[in-house]
Design a protein around this ligand. Structure first.
Ligand code: NDP
Length: 384
């Protein structure tokens, strides 16, 4: 029996992980489940899985959680520090909190050793070097759950990275792949949330629409794999069937294909280096008939250019890009700013704020907080 903790258990990745864990009760024992404040979802999952502990990050939701768990022997806790404490101690931990809010829990899980599965990409973007150094120090195994990075992980010969010519990171292009900039100006949150291929949480859905998601993934890939950033290429592939590819110096290209369902990469990380059966129907290649690939357009999707520049410059740039984007996405979802304002705000904060490279976790959190403050101030220009 392997002990499992799911950070962000009530979200899209969290519930996909629970689905797999619950199908194999003889293999997995749930240690802790966390959420922000979805008490009903968290308590139901904790009761179903007989979890040891359920934790809400928002402390004001703790009384409701206690009430929902009354009569069970499941522990309840609340607050930011309680989530960090709960992150340590399982043999296998899914990091599926959204945003940089997941950074401290991820660091706690890594410090405790074991296997830490990263769906939550923002910590890798904002504090990639610290995350990797912490894993090297504790001996934790980091596995990527993001479908593209999981595909690369499956195709990459990690013993001979010098034999890799390039990594091809595929992206669906999101719902506005073929739209003009002018047409995107009037996009509503509901339109941007409607991803053509994937069902995901709100933040990553908007990131997919702006293509900040692909930009964050570019940085994530450069952190996770020992391949120079200029050898990581983004290609638009609207069917989301080829999840990414690795090309070797001899011209061989290895690709991982699968349905657009996060349970495939999550199952890979749950069983690695073994395999775990999923309930998904096999990929029907005949019905699919064709796979399309095209070049991305950084003119219409400036997020790609901003992320590439932040990766190349390094230092605090990726953390600033991420923090400003988180603020802008939340403002767009709230209806305060337009769709095109998201990239404009991120570009502006990157222009105005250029601190030295953060070398500690506290320094990263300080850069993150200041970039958020500046972005929140900048929102007022768009709302006027
Ligand atoms: P969701 O919005 O669906 O879920 C987010 C989870 O995090 C929920 O459990 C939520 O709790 C919790 N949470 C939110 N804010 C906080 C906070 N401040 N502190 C602690 N917990 C919090 O997100 P997704 O599942 O879509 O994405 C999670 C991460 O995985 C993201 O980083 C995303 O980029 C990445 N990812 C997602 C994919 C997908 O298919 N969805 C694919 C690849 C990567 P509550 O429910 O109470 O709000």
């Amino acid at each position: 029996m392997r002990s499992v903790t799911i950070l962000g258990a009530t979200g899209s990745v969290g519930t996909s992980t629970l689905d797999l864990v619950e199908r194999a009760p003889d293999q997995f024992r749930v240690r802790a489940l966390t959420a922000n404040c979805d008490v009903a979802g968290l308590a139901a999952a904790a009761i179903r899985t007989r979890a040891e502990l359920a934790v809400v990050a928002d402390e004001s939701c703790l009384p409701a959680l206690r009430e929902a768990l009354r009569g069970t022997n499941i522990g309840a806790a609340g607050g930011r520090q309680a989530v960090i404490d709960a992150a340590a101690g399982a043999a296998w931990t899914m990091a599926a909190i959204v945003g940089c809010a997941g950074l401290e829990p991820v660091m706690a899980a890594i410090a405790a050793g074991g296997t830490v599965v990263l769906a939550n990409k923002e910590p890798l973007v904002s504090a990639g070097e610290l995350v990797l150094a912490a894993a090297a120090a504790s001996g934790a195994t980091l596995l990527p759950a993001d479908s593209e990075h999981n595909a690369i992980f499956q195709c990459l010969d990690r013993d001979r990275p010098e034999r890799v010519r390039r990594i091809v990171l595929t992206g669906s292009g999101g719902p506005f792949r073929d739209w003009s900039t002018e047409a995107m100006r009037a996009v509503t949150p509901a339109q941007a949330l409607a991803h053509p291929n994937w069902t995901m949480g709100a933040k990553i859905s908007i990131d997919s629409a702006t293509m900040f998601n692909k930009g964050l993934e570019l940085i994530e890939a450069a952190r996770l794999f020992p391949i120079a950033p200029d050898r990581i290429e983004i290609v638009i592939h609207k069917q989301s069937v080829v999840h990414s590819m690795v090309e070797y110096v001899d011209g061989s290209m290895l690709a991982q294909l699968g349905p657009s369902d996060m349970r495939v990469p999550i199952a890979h990380t749950l069983a690695w280096p073994d395999r775990l059966a999923t309930p998904l129907p096999p990929l029907d290649l005949i019905a699919l008939r064709r796979l399309d690939f095209e070049a991305p357009d950084p003119g219409r999707f400036p997020a790609l250019r901003l992320a590439r520049a932040a990766l190349d410059a390094g230092g605090a740039r990726p953390a600033i890009l991420n923090a400003a984007n988180e603020v802008a996405v939340a403002a767009f979802l709230a209806g305060w700013i337009g769709f095109l304002d998201i990239a404009a705000i991120v570009a502006d904060i990157l222009e105005r704020y250029d601190p030295p490279a953060p070398r500690t976790l506290d320094a990263v959190l300080a850069v993150d907080a200041e970039a958020r403050r500046l972005a929140e101030e900048r929102l007022k220009d768009c709302m006027a």
